[in-house]
Design a protein around this ligand. Structure first.
Ligand code: GLN
Length: 536
Protein backbone atom coordinates (compact mmCIF):
# COMPACT_ATOMS: atom_id res chain seq x y z
CA UNK A 1 0.00 0.00 0.00
CA UNK A 2 1.33 3.47 -0.83
CA UNK A 3 1.06 6.07 1.90
CA UNK A 4 -2.07 8.10 2.47
CA UNK A 5 -1.92 11.78 3.38
CA UNK A 6 -3.88 13.78 5.92
CA UNK A 7 -3.51 17.56 5.94
CA UNK A 8 -4.44 19.55 9.01
CA UNK A 9 -5.14 23.25 8.78
CA UNK A 10 -6.31 25.71 11.42
CA UNK A 11 -8.59 28.71 11.39
CA UNK A 12 -10.05 31.58 13.47
CA UNK A 13 -7.21 31.91 16.00
CA UNK A 14 -3.74 30.52 16.60
CA UNK A 15 -2.80 28.26 19.54
CA UNK A 16 -5.82 26.02 18.99
CA UNK A 17 -3.79 22.92 19.58
CA UNK A 18 -3.47 21.68 16.00
CA UNK A 19 -0.35 19.82 17.04
CA UNK A 20 -2.23 17.96 19.77
CA UNK A 21 -5.10 17.07 17.43
CA UNK A 22 -2.62 15.84 14.80
CA UNK A 23 -0.70 13.85 17.41
CA UNK A 24 -3.91 12.41 18.87
CA UNK A 25 -5.21 11.26 15.50
CA UNK A 26 -1.79 9.81 14.69
CA UNK A 27 -1.77 7.99 18.02
CA UNK A 28 -5.17 6.42 17.28
CA UNK A 29 -4.09 5.31 13.82
CA UNK A 30 -0.88 3.88 15.25
CA UNK A 31 -2.88 2.08 17.94
CA UNK A 32 -4.88 0.50 15.12
CA UNK A 33 -1.64 -1.03 13.85
CA UNK A 34 -0.80 1.50 11.13
CA UNK A 35 2.67 3.00 10.61
CA UNK A 36 2.27 6.72 11.05
CA UNK A 37 4.39 9.87 11.07
CA UNK A 38 3.57 13.56 11.41
CA UNK A 39 5.32 16.49 9.78
CA UNK A 40 4.93 20.20 10.27
CA UNK A 41 5.15 22.92 7.62
CA UNK A 42 5.78 26.32 9.16
CA UNK A 43 5.14 29.49 7.18
CA UNK A 44 7.89 31.66 8.67
CA UNK A 45 11.05 32.65 6.78
CA UNK A 46 13.62 31.38 9.28
CA UNK A 47 15.27 28.22 7.97
CA UNK A 48 14.45 26.61 11.33
CA UNK A 49 13.45 27.89 14.79
CA UNK A 50 17.01 27.38 16.09
CA UNK A 51 17.80 31.08 16.09
CA UNK A 52 14.49 32.17 17.68
CA UNK A 53 14.19 33.35 21.25
CA UNK A 54 11.92 30.96 23.19
CA UNK A 55 9.63 33.94 23.87
CA UNK A 56 9.02 34.17 20.12
CA UNK A 57 8.14 30.59 19.45
CA UNK A 58 8.41 28.46 22.60
CA UNK A 59 10.95 25.73 23.05
CA UNK A 60 13.16 24.56 20.22
CA UNK A 61 12.88 20.78 19.95
CA UNK A 62 15.86 18.74 18.76
CA UNK A 63 15.68 15.46 16.86
CA UNK A 64 18.13 12.53 16.87
CA UNK A 65 19.56 13.65 13.55
CA UNK A 66 20.21 17.13 14.89
CA UNK A 67 17.34 19.16 13.44
CA UNK A 68 16.27 22.20 15.46
CA UNK A 69 12.51 22.10 15.13
CA UNK A 70 9.15 23.43 16.21
CA UNK A 71 7.96 22.30 19.62
CA UNK A 72 5.04 20.47 18.03
CA UNK A 73 7.53 17.80 16.96
CA UNK A 74 8.00 17.15 20.65
CA UNK A 75 4.29 16.40 20.92
CA UNK A 76 4.49 14.12 17.89
CA UNK A 77 7.32 12.13 19.44
CA UNK A 78 5.71 12.00 22.88
CA UNK A 79 2.42 10.73 21.49
CA UNK A 80 3.84 8.27 18.96
CA UNK A 81 7.03 7.19 20.70
CA UNK A 82 8.87 7.19 17.35
CA UNK A 83 11.65 9.61 16.46
CA UNK A 84 11.14 12.39 13.95
CA UNK A 85 13.90 13.81 11.73
CA UNK A 86 15.05 16.73 9.60
CA UNK A 87 12.37 15.88 7.06
CA UNK A 88 9.55 16.30 9.58
CA UNK A 89 9.81 20.08 9.90
CA UNK A 90 9.88 22.35 6.87
CA UNK A 91 9.70 26.14 6.84
CA UNK A 92 9.06 28.67 4.10
CA UNK A 93 12.68 29.69 4.55
CA UNK A 94 13.93 26.19 3.83
CA UNK A 95 11.71 25.86 0.76
CA UNK A 96 12.88 29.16 -0.73
CA UNK A 97 16.49 28.42 0.17
CA UNK A 98 16.34 25.17 -1.82
CA UNK A 99 14.67 26.79 -4.81
CA UNK A 100 17.01 29.79 -4.86
CA UNK A 101 20.09 27.56 -4.58
CA UNK A 102 18.76 25.51 -7.46
CA UNK A 103 18.14 28.66 -9.49
CA UNK A 104 21.79 29.70 -8.99
CA UNK A 105 22.92 26.27 -10.13
CA UNK A 106 21.02 26.84 -13.35
CA UNK A 107 18.30 24.28 -12.82
CA UNK A 108 15.63 26.62 -14.19
CA UNK A 109 17.72 28.17 -16.99
CA UNK A 110 15.60 30.33 -19.24
CA UNK A 111 12.59 30.26 -16.94
CA UNK A 112 11.07 32.83 -14.59
CA UNK A 113 11.08 31.26 -11.13
CA UNK A 114 7.68 31.76 -9.49
CA UNK A 115 5.66 30.84 -6.41
CA UNK A 116 3.46 28.69 -8.62
CA UNK A 117 4.76 26.27 -9.80
CA UNK A 118 8.36 26.38 -8.46
CA UNK A 119 7.80 27.08 -4.79
CA UNK A 120 4.65 24.97 -4.65
CA UNK A 121 6.43 22.11 -6.46
CA UNK A 122 9.16 22.17 -3.82
CA UNK A 123 6.53 22.21 -1.05
CA UNK A 124 4.73 19.26 -2.64
CA UNK A 125 7.98 17.35 -3.06
CA UNK A 126 8.66 17.74 0.64
CA UNK A 127 5.07 16.93 1.61
CA UNK A 128 5.32 13.59 -0.22
CA UNK A 129 8.88 12.71 0.78
CA UNK A 130 8.22 10.72 3.96
CA UNK A 131 5.29 8.97 2.30
CA UNK A 132 7.60 7.73 -0.46
CA UNK A 133 10.07 6.15 1.96
CA UNK A 134 7.93 3.04 2.28
CA UNK A 135 8.13 3.36 6.05
CA UNK A 136 4.65 4.76 6.60
CA UNK A 137 1.03 3.94 5.86
CA UNK A 138 -0.22 7.39 6.78
CA UNK A 139 1.59 10.74 6.80
CA UNK A 140 -0.10 13.57 8.67
CA UNK A 141 0.93 17.08 7.70
CA UNK A 142 0.19 19.97 9.99
CA UNK A 143 0.18 23.35 8.26
CA UNK A 144 1.38 25.96 10.76
CA UNK A 145 -0.29 29.33 11.08
CA UNK A 146 -3.91 30.27 10.51
CA UNK A 147 -5.90 30.13 7.28
CA UNK A 148 -6.01 33.64 5.84
CA UNK A 149 -2.42 34.47 6.80
CA UNK A 150 -0.46 35.77 3.85
CA UNK A 151 2.40 33.37 4.63
CA UNK A 152 0.27 30.20 4.52
CA UNK A 153 -0.97 30.74 0.96
CA UNK A 154 1.71 28.72 -0.91
CA UNK A 155 1.20 25.79 1.48
CA UNK A 156 -2.56 25.76 0.97
CA UNK A 157 -2.02 26.05 -2.77
CA UNK A 158 0.25 22.98 -2.59
CA UNK A 159 -2.46 21.08 -0.69
CA UNK A 160 -5.02 22.16 -3.30
CA UNK A 161 -2.86 20.77 -6.09
CA UNK A 162 -2.20 17.52 -4.23
CA UNK A 163 -5.92 17.00 -3.67
CA UNK A 164 -6.16 16.67 -7.45
CA UNK A 165 -2.86 15.00 -8.20
CA UNK A 166 -2.92 12.18 -5.67
CA UNK A 167 -5.04 9.13 -6.53
CA UNK A 168 -8.65 9.51 -5.48
CA UNK A 169 -9.08 8.69 -1.81
CA UNK A 170 -5.39 8.99 -0.95
CA UNK A 171 -5.60 12.32 0.79
CA UNK A 172 -7.94 14.29 2.99
CA UNK A 173 -8.06 17.59 4.83
CA UNK A 174 -9.03 18.24 8.43
CA UNK A 175 -9.74 21.82 9.46
CA UNK A 176 -9.51 22.83 13.09
CA UNK A 177 -11.46 25.87 14.23
CA UNK A 178 -12.62 27.65 17.34
CA UNK A 179 -16.30 27.75 18.27
CA UNK A 180 -16.41 30.48 20.89
CA UNK A 181 -18.95 30.82 23.69
CA UNK A 182 -20.30 34.31 24.32
CA UNK A 183 -21.14 34.41 27.98
CA UNK A 184 -23.25 37.59 27.70
CA UNK A 185 -25.47 35.94 25.10
CA UNK A 186 -25.05 32.47 26.65
CA UNK A 187 -24.50 31.19 23.15
CA UNK A 188 -22.00 29.17 21.16
CA UNK A 189 -21.17 30.98 17.93
CA UNK A 190 -20.44 29.23 14.65
CA UNK A 191 -19.87 32.26 12.41
CA UNK A 192 -16.06 32.41 12.82
CA UNK A 193 -15.94 28.75 11.77
CA UNK A 194 -18.09 29.43 8.73
CA UNK A 195 -15.84 32.29 7.68
CA UNK A 196 -12.67 30.36 8.22
CA UNK A 197 -13.94 27.46 6.11
CA UNK A 198 -14.98 29.93 3.42
CA UNK A 199 -11.47 31.30 3.45
CA UNK A 200 -10.03 27.80 3.14
CA UNK A 201 -12.37 27.04 0.26
CA UNK A 202 -11.31 30.31 -1.34
CA UNK A 203 -7.84 28.77 -1.55
CA UNK A 204 -9.42 25.81 -3.29
CA UNK A 205 -9.07 23.41 -0.36
CA UNK A 206 -12.17 21.47 0.67
CA UNK A 207 -12.15 20.26 4.27
CA UNK A 208 -13.43 16.70 4.73
CA UNK A 209 -13.69 17.00 8.48
CA UNK A 210 -14.09 19.99 10.78
CA UNK A 211 -12.78 19.70 14.33
CA UNK A 212 -14.29 22.34 16.60
CA UNK A 213 -12.42 23.47 19.68
CA UNK A 214 -14.99 24.43 22.26
CA UNK A 215 -15.44 24.98 25.98
CA UNK A 216 -19.03 23.69 25.89
CA UNK A 217 -20.62 20.66 24.23
CA UNK A 218 -21.80 21.45 20.70
CA UNK A 219 -25.06 19.53 20.56
CA UNK A 220 -26.67 17.97 17.48
CA UNK A 221 -28.22 21.17 16.12
CA UNK A 222 -24.99 23.10 16.05
CA UNK A 223 -23.15 20.21 14.45
CA UNK A 224 -25.77 20.07 11.73
CA UNK A 225 -25.58 23.80 11.24
CA UNK A 226 -21.79 23.76 10.90
CA UNK A 227 -22.00 20.83 8.47
CA UNK A 228 -24.59 22.62 6.35
CA UNK A 229 -22.78 25.95 6.17
CA UNK A 230 -19.32 24.44 5.77
CA UNK A 231 -20.20 21.84 3.17
CA UNK A 232 -19.19 18.68 5.06
CA UNK A 233 -21.20 15.60 6.02
CA UNK A 234 -23.05 15.98 9.34
CA UNK A 235 -21.03 13.15 10.91
CA UNK A 236 -17.84 14.94 9.95
CA UNK A 237 -18.15 17.74 12.51
CA UNK A 238 -16.06 16.69 15.47
CA UNK A 239 -16.23 18.26 18.91
CA UNK A 240 -12.93 18.84 20.68
CA UNK A 241 -13.88 20.02 24.12
CA UNK A 242 -11.28 21.33 26.61
CA UNK A 243 -9.61 18.29 28.19
CA UNK A 244 -8.08 17.88 31.67
CA UNK A 245 -4.83 16.75 30.05
CA UNK A 246 -3.49 16.86 26.51
CA UNK A 247 -2.95 13.11 26.86
CA UNK A 248 -6.71 12.62 27.22
CA UNK A 249 -7.32 14.06 23.75
CA UNK A 250 -6.72 10.80 21.81
CA UNK A 251 -9.46 9.14 23.85
CA UNK A 252 -11.80 12.08 23.28
CA UNK A 253 -11.11 11.97 19.55
CA UNK A 254 -11.78 8.25 19.50
CA UNK A 255 -15.09 8.79 21.31
CA UNK A 256 -15.91 11.26 18.51
CA UNK A 257 -15.02 8.53 15.93
CA UNK A 258 -12.30 10.66 14.32
CA UNK A 259 -9.99 7.69 13.64
CA UNK A 260 -12.82 5.58 12.26
CA UNK A 261 -13.88 8.37 9.96
CA UNK A 262 -10.32 8.88 8.71
CA UNK A 263 -9.66 5.23 7.86
CA UNK A 264 -13.02 5.06 6.11
CA UNK A 265 -12.43 8.24 4.14
CA UNK A 266 -8.95 7.05 3.08
CA UNK A 267 -10.23 3.62 2.14
CA UNK A 268 -7.88 1.90 4.55
CA UNK A 269 -9.22 -1.52 5.36
CA UNK A 270 -8.63 -1.42 9.05
CA UNK A 271 -11.26 -2.70 11.38
CA UNK A 272 -9.08 -2.88 14.48
CA UNK A 273 -10.15 -1.06 17.56
CA UNK A 274 -7.17 1.01 18.72
CA UNK A 275 -5.14 -0.75 21.40
CA UNK A 276 -4.47 1.98 23.95
CA UNK A 277 -3.74 -0.26 26.96
CA UNK A 278 -0.43 1.36 27.92
CA UNK A 279 -1.68 4.85 27.18
CA UNK A 280 -4.70 4.31 29.41
CA UNK A 281 -2.55 2.89 32.19
CA UNK A 282 -0.47 6.09 32.06
CA UNK A 283 -3.62 8.24 32.15
CA UNK A 284 -4.94 6.26 35.10
CA UNK A 285 -1.75 7.00 37.05
CA UNK A 286 -1.80 10.62 35.96
CA UNK A 287 -5.36 11.05 37.17
CA UNK A 288 -4.79 9.44 40.57
CA UNK A 289 -1.63 10.80 42.17
CA UNK A 290 -1.08 9.75 45.76
CA UNK A 291 1.00 12.74 46.76
CA UNK A 292 2.43 16.00 45.43
CA UNK A 293 6.08 16.93 45.07
CA UNK A 294 7.22 20.51 44.62
CA UNK A 295 9.94 21.09 42.06
CA UNK A 296 11.66 24.42 41.52
CA UNK A 297 12.56 25.14 37.91
CA UNK A 298 15.22 27.85 37.73
CA UNK A 299 15.47 29.49 34.33
CA UNK A 300 15.33 32.75 32.48
CA UNK A 301 12.33 32.17 30.22
CA UNK A 302 9.80 31.54 32.98
CA UNK A 303 7.14 33.98 31.72
CA UNK A 304 6.13 31.61 28.92
CA UNK A 305 4.91 28.07 29.71
CA UNK A 306 5.98 26.76 26.30
CA UNK A 307 9.62 27.82 26.75
CA UNK A 308 10.36 24.65 28.77
CA UNK A 309 7.70 22.46 27.16
CA UNK A 310 9.62 19.18 27.03
CA UNK A 311 10.89 19.59 30.59
CA UNK A 312 7.36 20.27 31.84
CA UNK A 313 6.05 17.22 29.99
CA UNK A 314 8.90 15.04 31.27
CA UNK A 315 7.75 15.93 34.80
CA UNK A 316 4.21 14.88 33.91
CA UNK A 317 5.49 11.50 32.67
CA UNK A 318 7.83 10.96 35.61
CA UNK A 319 5.18 12.00 38.14
CA UNK A 320 2.68 9.50 36.76
CA UNK A 321 5.33 6.78 36.91
CA UNK A 322 6.15 7.66 40.54
CA UNK A 323 2.52 7.96 41.62
CA UNK A 324 2.69 11.65 42.42
CA UNK A 325 1.71 14.99 41.00
CA UNK A 326 4.67 17.18 40.17
CA UNK A 327 3.97 20.80 40.93
CA UNK A 328 6.51 22.91 39.06
CA UNK A 329 7.37 26.30 40.57
CA UNK A 330 9.10 28.64 38.15
CA UNK A 331 11.90 30.87 39.43
CA UNK A 332 13.39 33.62 37.32
CA UNK A 333 17.13 33.14 37.66
CA UNK A 334 17.80 36.89 37.28
CA UNK A 335 16.02 37.44 40.61
CA UNK A 336 18.02 34.90 42.64
CA UNK A 337 20.75 36.28 44.88
CA UNK A 338 22.93 34.79 47.63
CA UNK A 339 20.67 36.53 50.15
CA UNK A 340 17.24 35.45 48.89
CA UNK A 341 17.97 31.98 47.52
CA UNK A 342 17.02 30.15 50.73
CA UNK A 343 13.72 32.02 50.94
CA UNK A 344 12.89 30.91 47.42
CA UNK A 345 14.11 27.31 47.29
CA UNK A 346 13.93 26.01 50.89
CA UNK A 347 10.44 24.55 50.41
CA UNK A 348 11.28 22.76 47.19
CA UNK A 349 11.57 18.97 47.24
CA UNK A 350 13.91 19.15 44.26
CA UNK A 351 15.40 21.80 41.98
CA UNK A 352 16.07 21.69 38.25
CA UNK A 353 18.38 24.28 36.73
CA UNK A 354 17.33 24.78 33.15
CA UNK A 355 19.08 25.09 29.79
CA UNK A 356 19.56 28.53 28.28
CA UNK A 357 21.75 30.91 26.34
CA UNK A 358 23.55 34.15 27.04
CA UNK A 359 24.77 35.86 30.12
CA UNK A 360 21.51 36.97 31.72
CA UNK A 361 20.53 35.08 34.87
CA UNK A 362 23.68 32.96 35.07
CA UNK A 363 24.75 34.19 38.51
CA UNK A 364 21.27 33.35 39.85
CA UNK A 365 21.64 29.82 38.56
CA UNK A 366 24.99 29.52 40.30
CA UNK A 367 23.44 30.64 43.62
CA UNK A 368 20.66 28.08 43.17
CA UNK A 369 23.14 25.24 42.58
CA UNK A 370 25.17 26.21 45.61
CA UNK A 371 22.09 26.26 47.81
CA UNK A 372 20.83 22.80 46.78
CA UNK A 373 24.33 21.33 46.93
CA UNK A 374 24.94 22.59 50.45
CA UNK A 375 21.46 21.72 51.69
CA UNK A 376 21.08 18.21 50.33
CA UNK A 377 18.15 19.11 48.04
CA UNK A 378 17.86 16.81 44.99
CA UNK A 379 19.26 18.54 41.93
CA UNK A 380 19.05 17.95 38.22
CA UNK A 381 20.99 20.26 35.91
CA UNK A 382 20.45 20.30 32.18
CA UNK A 383 22.90 21.71 29.65
CA UNK A 384 23.47 25.29 30.87
CA UNK A 385 22.30 23.88 34.23
CA UNK A 386 25.23 21.46 34.20
CA UNK A 387 27.64 24.17 33.08
CA UNK A 388 26.61 26.43 35.98
CA UNK A 389 26.92 23.47 38.35
CA UNK A 390 30.53 23.04 37.21
CA UNK A 391 31.25 26.76 37.63
CA UNK A 392 29.67 26.74 41.09
CA UNK A 393 31.81 23.80 42.16
CA UNK A 394 34.96 25.43 40.84
CA UNK A 395 34.23 28.67 42.67
CA UNK A 396 32.96 27.41 45.99
CA UNK A 397 34.63 24.01 46.47
CA UNK A 398 37.83 24.11 44.41
CA UNK A 399 38.32 27.68 45.59
CA UNK A 400 38.71 29.45 42.22
CA UNK A 401 36.54 32.48 42.90
CA UNK A 402 37.20 33.75 39.36
CA UNK A 403 36.12 30.52 37.60
CA UNK A 404 33.47 30.91 34.95
CA UNK A 405 32.13 29.84 31.61
CA UNK A 406 33.56 31.86 28.74
CA UNK A 407 29.95 32.47 27.71
CA UNK A 408 29.68 34.59 30.88
CA UNK A 409 33.24 35.92 31.13
CA UNK A 410 35.47 35.44 28.08
CA UNK A 411 38.54 36.55 30.07
CA UNK A 412 38.22 34.33 33.14
CA UNK A 413 41.56 32.87 34.35
CA UNK A 414 39.70 29.58 35.04
CA UNK A 415 37.52 28.84 31.98
CA UNK A 416 36.05 25.61 33.38
CA UNK A 417 33.37 25.75 30.65
CA UNK A 418 34.71 26.79 27.28
CA UNK A 419 34.11 26.66 23.55
CA UNK A 420 35.51 23.65 21.75
CA UNK A 421 38.19 24.42 19.17
CA UNK A 422 35.90 23.81 16.19
CA UNK A 423 33.25 26.12 17.72
CA UNK A 424 35.80 28.93 18.06
CA UNK A 425 36.07 29.03 14.28
CA UNK A 426 32.31 29.11 13.76
CA UNK A 427 30.91 32.49 12.80
CA UNK A 428 27.57 31.37 11.39
CA UNK A 429 24.82 31.00 14.01
CA UNK A 430 22.15 28.80 12.37
CA UNK A 431 22.50 25.02 12.79
CA UNK A 432 26.12 25.18 13.96
CA UNK A 433 25.86 24.05 17.60
CA UNK A 434 26.62 20.51 18.72
CA UNK A 435 23.24 19.13 17.74
CA UNK A 436 21.48 15.77 17.86
CA UNK A 437 22.15 12.42 19.45
CA UNK A 438 25.61 11.38 20.67
CA UNK A 439 26.71 8.29 22.52
CA UNK A 440 27.69 8.51 26.15
CA UNK A 441 29.48 5.87 28.19
CA UNK A 442 28.53 5.68 31.85
CA UNK A 443 30.99 5.01 34.62
CA UNK A 444 30.34 1.66 36.28
CA UNK A 445 28.89 2.00 39.76
CA UNK A 446 27.97 5.68 39.29
CA UNK A 447 24.54 7.15 39.99
CA UNK A 448 24.08 7.65 36.25
CA UNK A 449 24.87 3.98 35.60
CA UNK A 450 22.43 2.94 38.30
CA UNK A 451 19.68 5.23 36.92
CA UNK A 452 19.98 4.09 33.31
CA UNK A 453 20.73 0.47 34.06
CA UNK A 454 22.97 0.50 30.99
CA UNK A 455 26.54 1.36 30.13
CA UNK A 456 26.05 2.99 26.76
CA UNK A 457 23.30 5.55 26.18
CA UNK A 458 22.41 8.00 23.41
CA UNK A 459 21.07 11.44 24.22
CA UNK A 460 20.43 14.65 22.31
CA UNK A 461 22.54 17.78 22.49
CA UNK A 462 22.15 21.46 21.68
CA UNK A 463 25.01 23.67 22.85
CA UNK A 464 28.31 25.29 21.92
CA UNK A 465 30.16 25.27 25.22
CA UNK A 466 31.66 22.21 26.93
CA UNK A 467 33.23 21.06 30.16
CA UNK A 468 36.91 22.05 29.81
CA UNK A 469 38.84 18.80 30.10
CA UNK A 470 41.95 20.71 31.15
CA UNK A 471 40.40 20.79 34.61
CA UNK A 472 39.08 17.23 34.68
CA UNK A 473 41.66 16.04 37.20
CA UNK A 474 41.06 18.99 39.55
CA UNK A 475 37.35 18.25 39.64
CA UNK A 476 37.92 14.53 40.13
CA UNK A 477 40.23 15.24 43.06
CA UNK A 478 37.76 17.80 44.40
CA UNK A 479 34.90 15.27 44.43
CA UNK A 480 32.76 16.14 41.40
CA UNK A 481 32.68 12.94 39.35
CA UNK A 482 32.50 12.86 35.55
CA UNK A 483 30.21 9.84 35.24
CA UNK A 484 29.29 10.09 31.56
CA UNK A 485 31.87 10.46 28.81
CA UNK A 486 31.46 10.67 25.05
CA UNK A 487 33.37 7.55 23.92
CA UNK A 488 34.66 9.05 20.68
CA UNK A 489 35.65 12.55 21.81
CA UNK A 490 36.20 12.16 25.54
CA UNK A 491 33.86 15.08 26.26
CA UNK A 492 32.28 15.10 29.71
CA UNK A 493 28.50 14.63 29.36
CA UNK A 494 27.42 13.96 32.96
CA UNK A 495 28.72 15.10 36.33
CA UNK A 496 27.50 13.93 39.73
CA UNK A 497 28.31 14.37 43.39
CA UNK A 498 28.63 11.20 45.47
CA UNK A 499 27.48 11.58 49.07
CA UNK A 500 24.74 14.05 48.17
CA UNK A 501 21.18 12.58 48.24
CA UNK A 502 20.80 13.29 44.50
CA UNK A 503 23.00 15.64 42.55
CA UNK A 504 23.45 15.03 38.85
CA UNK A 505 23.70 17.18 35.75
CA UNK A 506 23.93 16.41 32.06
CA UNK A 507 25.34 18.32 29.13
CA UNK A 508 22.64 16.69 26.97
CA UNK A 509 18.88 17.23 27.10
CA UNK A 510 17.11 14.17 28.54
CA UNK A 511 13.73 15.93 28.22
CA UNK A 512 13.65 15.43 24.45
CA UNK A 513 13.30 11.69 24.84
CA UNK A 514 10.71 11.34 27.60
CA UNK A 515 7.28 9.99 26.63
CA UNK A 516 4.18 8.98 28.62
CA UNK A 517 4.81 5.33 27.78
CA UNK A 518 8.56 5.60 28.43
CA UNK A 519 9.24 8.26 31.06
CA UNK A 520 12.88 9.30 31.06
CA UNK A 521 14.98 7.47 33.70
CA UNK A 522 16.76 10.66 34.84
CA UNK A 523 13.49 12.49 35.45
CA UNK A 524 11.99 9.43 37.13
CA UNK A 525 14.97 9.06 39.46
CA UNK A 526 14.91 12.80 40.19
CA UNK A 527 11.22 12.76 41.14
CA UNK A 528 11.74 9.62 43.23
CA UNK A 529 14.58 11.40 45.06
CA UNK A 530 12.37 14.46 45.57
CA UNK A 531 9.70 12.21 47.07
CA UNK A 532 12.20 10.69 49.46
CA UNK A 533 13.55 14.11 50.37
CA UNK A 534 10.00 15.17 51.21
CA UNK A 535 9.55 12.21 53.57
CA UNK A 536 12.90 12.90 55.22
N1 GLN B 1 24.51 28.30 26.34
C1 GLN B 1 25.09 27.03 26.58
C2 GLN B 1 25.88 26.53 25.37
O1 GLN B 1 25.69 27.00 24.29
C3 GLN B 1 24.05 26.01 26.99
C4 GLN B 1 23.03 25.70 25.95
C5 GLN B 1 21.82 24.99 26.47
O2 GLN B 1 21.54 25.04 27.68
N2 GLN B 1 21.04 24.37 25.61
O3 GLN B 1 26.70 25.67 25.50
Amino acid sequence: MSAKFVFITGGVVSSLGKGIIAASLAKLLQARGLRVTIQKFDPYINIDPGTLNPYEHGECFVTDDGAETDLDLGHYERFLGVPTSQANNVTTGRVYYTVIKREREGAYLGKTVQIVPHITDEIKRRMLLLGQSGDYDVVLTEIGGTVGDMESQPFLEAVRQLQWELPEGDCMCIHLTLVPYLSAAKEIKTKPTQHSVQMLQHSGVMPDVIVCRTEHPLGENLRRKIALFCNVKPGHVIESIDAWSIYQVPLNMHAEHLDELVVRQLGIENFNAPDLTRWKAFLENLRNPKSTVNIGLVGKYVALQDAYKSIQESFVHAGAACGCKVKVHLFLSDDITAENVAGKLADMDGVLVAPGFGERGLEGKIHAVRYVRENGIPFLGICLGMQMCVVEYARNVLGWADASSTELNPNTPHPVIDLMEEQKKTTVKGGTMRLGAYECKLKKGSLAHHIYGAELIRERHRHRYEFNEKYAEDFAKGGLVASGINPSTGLVEIVELPGHPFFIASQFHPEYKSTPENPHPLFKAFIQAAKENQKA
